[in-house]
Design a protein around this ligand. Structure first.
Ligand SMILES: NC(=O)c1ccc[n+]([C@@H]2O[C@H](COP(=O)([O-])OP(=O)(O)OC[C@H]3O[C@@H](n4cnc5c(N)ncnc54)[C@H](O)[C@@H]3O)[C@@H](O)[C@H]2O)c1
Length: 293
């Protein structure tokens, strides 16, 4: 995006972004945009992602950003990561949690039959890890007063999205951790929020069964259309900047208006067509979701 305007919104700030994997990653775009807005950034991911992804390329694009290995589901890794961060970058003004993973979704296990070991892992990696990052950042005294903590969520935390399975539960937990931490961090002027982002084509996103159709549907239902990873990063930058000092404990929808929509005329007409076309109704499985009598 060489011809895009930059505002220097993060000039003089430092931060760490957990979770960039490749160019499609929301975290990748956030790190890049934060750097372009003047921040010094560090990048973190698990060992396999560092080995097989192209994170070095991102580090180079971010002024040779330090790359720190960390499995956010492990206390000792997170503790070590913040110690390393402190040595390489000093204390930071923002922390971005852009991490998510569900083995149950990957293996397409029905929600009714979740593998509980994997379920616990989903909750740990995708939800509790936010608590752990904040907790160890505080213990290691690497988070500056007036800082900003940001995580990524999805509307399935509040609404039922059938195929989002145990990730919906993890996102509810993530958003709850944000509310629980909010007042505890506020005395130091630190704020904590989630962005609830549109479906986005990334490694994690595309792993959800029927993702293409979800993406299409959500685009149709969003007055402004789905938001891209780049647009998400642009919004994220404002939340890491001093322009949003009194925004905390919020789940902020960045979804082209999707979360406030009820119905659209074309979608009502489509449903009507399906209701009156038995073959089509059978093909889309309408019977399975009709109200119980
Ligand atoms: N893609 C979407 O449709 C969408 C929509 C809303 C919210 N989100 C959220 O955005 C965030 C980023 O996901 P993404 O879509 O950019 O996908 P992504 O696959 O690019 O990023 C997910 C990252 O999590 C990392 N990760 C997995 N286990 C980890 C662990 N134990 N410790 C540290 N890191 C770990 C992965 O290595 C990967 O880099 C996630 O929280 C995701 O749920 C995504």
């Amino acid at each position: 995006m060489p011809d895009k305007a930059h505002y220097g919104l993060l000039k003089g700030k430092k931060g760490i972004v957990f979770g960039p994997l490749d160019e499609s990653s929301i975290g990748w775009q956030i790190a890049l945009h934060a750097y372009r807005e003047g921040a010094e950034v560090a990048i973190s991911n698990i060992a396999t992602a560092l080995r097989f992804g192209n994170i070095q390329e991102l580090a180079e694009s971010c002024g040779n950003a330090p790359v720190i290995m960390c499995d956010a589901s492990k206390d000792e890794d997170v503790d070590k990561a913040f110690k390393e961060l402190s040595e390489k970058l000093g204390s930071v003004d923002f922390i971005v949690h852009s991490i998510g993973m569900s083995q149950n979704i990957r293996k397409q296990v029905p929600y009714e039959e979740l593998n509980y070991e994997w379920f616990m892992k989903t909750l740990n990696v995708s939800g509790i890890s936010l608590h752990r990052l904040v907790s160890f950042a505080l213990k290691n005294d690497v988070l500056n007063d007036g800082g900003s903590i940001l995580a990524l969520s999805y509307i399935a935390s509040q609404r039922n999205y059938w195929t989002y399975s145990d990730m919906g539960d993890a996102k509810s937990l993530l958003e709850s951790i944000v509310r629980s931490y909010g007042p505890r961090l506020a005395k130091r002027g630190i704020r904590i929020n989630t962005i609830s982002q549109s479906p986005t084509y990334t490694k994690a996103g595309s792993g959800i069964p029927g993702f293409e159709k979800m993406h299409e549907y959500s685009d149709l239902m969003s007055p402004l259309g789905n938001a891209s990873a780049e647009e998400c990063a642009e919004y994220a930058v404002t939340l890491l900047s001093d322009l949003t000092r009194k925004v905390t404990m919020q789940n902020l929808f960045h979804d082209g208006g999707y979360s406030s929509m009820g119905a659209t005329i074309p979608m009502i007409r489509l449903a009507d067509e399906a209701l009156h076309d038995e073959e089509l109704a059978a093909r889309v499985g309408l019977e399975d979701f009709s109200p119980s009598k």
